[in-house]
Design a protein around this ligand. Structure first.
Ligand code: SAH
Ligand code: F3S
Length: 466
């Protein structure tokens, strides 16, 4: 009998990748994916613990799912309810207490043991709890990746983090930093490309610190890995995320200069523009370090578009500190960004800090920062109008006849084009800009991006903002 599997992922892209790997590991024991929790035999919430809101969502969703579960009593039709991901890792016992009807709770490092856990959940009436950090790597035990959705894929190359930023739960939920061996990654990438993937995003919580050990004892940095991946025939785009500013090294910066497939877009979280706050956050960069790194990157790849993460209202953040963040944003110019109110996370050093910032102040600062970031994003999007770009068309859009892709600079691009172009890299002329996306038409002019024109415009745009 085939059994139906429903996975709902929250949070980061690594969870999206993990969900596919869970699907791969459950396939041999008869599970196929369904888009609907109602008729699923196994429901997995793949959770995120990064901010309080994300974690709390899990409990309300579990309440809803329990109603479904109660309707499905017959043994053959029984629903197993599971919580995976970082909430499971951080508060496994708490989940069992608050939602005793959950059958399985398992952390991000144990996905290779899922078949065994499912069997145990079927046999036992009690809850199966597996939140170890096993000595063996899950990557050595997962089957070859077979679930490929579409033409742009994620590939986890590094996991965990040893940076211990004072606000962040990742080092506790994902464990110590670990780089997968280059050989394993090269093979997985080749298989993805074989299955039609054209663009790969390399994932890691601290991906630019990637250093994978080879059999001969030597190591590859991320820059080296990107150069090697670029040799794979048919792979037209490479991206990576997320990067830690202090780990930006010359080899990677030079890859931005030399590797055509490496997209001119970089997500480089700065968190704050205040040196005092950066220090309190235990970030290993000052605001000037960040400026210098961006300068080197832009020297290497002048049209590089930058994105970032910001936290407002970190404990002790004064008006002056916040003003420094706004200044840095004005100076650097981001084409896109994520910004959050500081959310105290249990067990992290900053949560115990006595100088917490009032909620009303956080709200005000976040609104001001987001206004500025949105303004920059819109200005950049407008600067793209009139440009020609080569864009991978990934899937049909919401409107009939419409396809969607991503520009080299990560904007979503909508174009009216035949379905036969899905999975192709196509020259598009950008015709219109919106807050979060671009409209385009099929370009009739010869191929090739007008990068120079875009650079000129983005410089003008930066002046207009400053
Ligand atoms: N390097 C990681 C970053 C993890 S968290 C990665 O792989 O993406 C993503 C972002 O969430 C962080 O950059 C930070 O801006 C934000 N964040 C993390 N902890 C937070 C907290 N306690 N409160 C608010 N925002 C937080
Ligand atoms: Fe978190 Fe800082 Fe690592 S934000 S993931 S502890 S680099």
């Amino acid at each position: 009998m085939t059994k139906k599997l429903f996975i709902k992922s929250y949070g980061c892209q690594m969870n999206v990748y993990d969900a596919q790997r869970m699907t791969d590991v459950l396939k041999p024991i008869g599970y196929t994916v369904t888009e609907n929790a109602d008729d699923a035999h196994l429901v997995i919430l793949n959770t995120c613990h990064i901010r309080e809101k994300a974690a709390e969502k899990v409990y309300s969703e579990l309440g809803r799912l329990n109603l479904l579960k109660n309707k499905r009593v017959g043994e053959a039709d029984r629903m197993i309810l599971a919580v995976g991901g970082c909430v499971a890792q951080a508060e496994g016992a708490e989940i069992v207490r608050r939602a005793p009807y959950v059958d399985m709770v398992f952390g991000p490092q144990t996905y290779h043991r899922l078949p065994e856990m499912v069997a145990r959940a079927h046999r036992d009436a009690g809850v199966v709890l597996d939140t170890d950090f096993p000595a063996e790597s899950k990557f050595d035990h997962l089957p070859e990746q077979t679930t490929v959705q579409g033409y742009a894929a994620f590939l986890t190359v590094q996991e965990g983090c040893d940076k211990f930023c004072a606000f962040c739960v990742v080092p506790y939920t994902r464990g110590a930093e670990f780089s997968r061996p280059p050989q394993q990654i090269m093979e997985e990438a080749a298989r993805l490309v074989d299955k039609g993937v054209r663009e790969i995003t390399l994932l890691g919580q601290n991906v630019n610190n990637y250093h994978g050990a080879r059999d001969d004892g030597s190591e590859w940095s991320l820059g080296r890995l990107i150069r090697e991946l670029a040799q794979i025939d048919g792979l037209s785009g490479i991206r990576y995320t997320t990067s830690y500013p202090a780990d930006m090294n010359d080899e990677l910066i030079n890859a931005h200069r030399d590797v055509d497939q490496l997209m001119p877009f970089l997500h480089l979280p700065v968190q704050s523009g205040s040196d005092r706050i950066l220090k309190a956050m235990n970030r290993r960069h000052s605001s000037d370090d960040y400026r210098a790194i961006v300068g080197r990157l832009r020297d290497a790849r002048p049209d590089l578009a930058l994105s970032s993460d910001f936290i407002v209202g970190f404990p002790g953040e004064s008006d002056k500190d916040f003003a420094a963040t706004m200044d840095l944003v004005r100076e650097i110019g981001f084409v896109q960004a994520y910004s959050f109110k500081y959310s105290p996370r249990p067990g992290t050093p900053a949560a115990a800090n006595e100088y917490q910032v009032a909620e009303s102040v956080k709200t005000e600062r976040l609104a001001a920062l987001q206004d500025l970031l949105n303004e920059q994003q819109l200005a950049f999007n407008h600067a793209c109008v009139g440009q020609q770009m080569n864009i991978l068309l990934e899937r049909p859009g919401r409107k009939p006849g419409q396809l969607v892709g991503r520009s080299p600079y990560m904007q979503a691009v909508h174009v009216n084009a035949p379905d036969s172009l899905i999975g192709e890299v196509v020259a598009l002329a950008i015709t219109d800009a919106h807050g979060n996306s671009l409209s385009a038409e099929l370009a009739t002019a010869p191929d090739g991006q007008n990068v120079k024109g875009l650079m000129r415009q983005s410089k003008t745009q930066k002046r207009a903002i400053a």
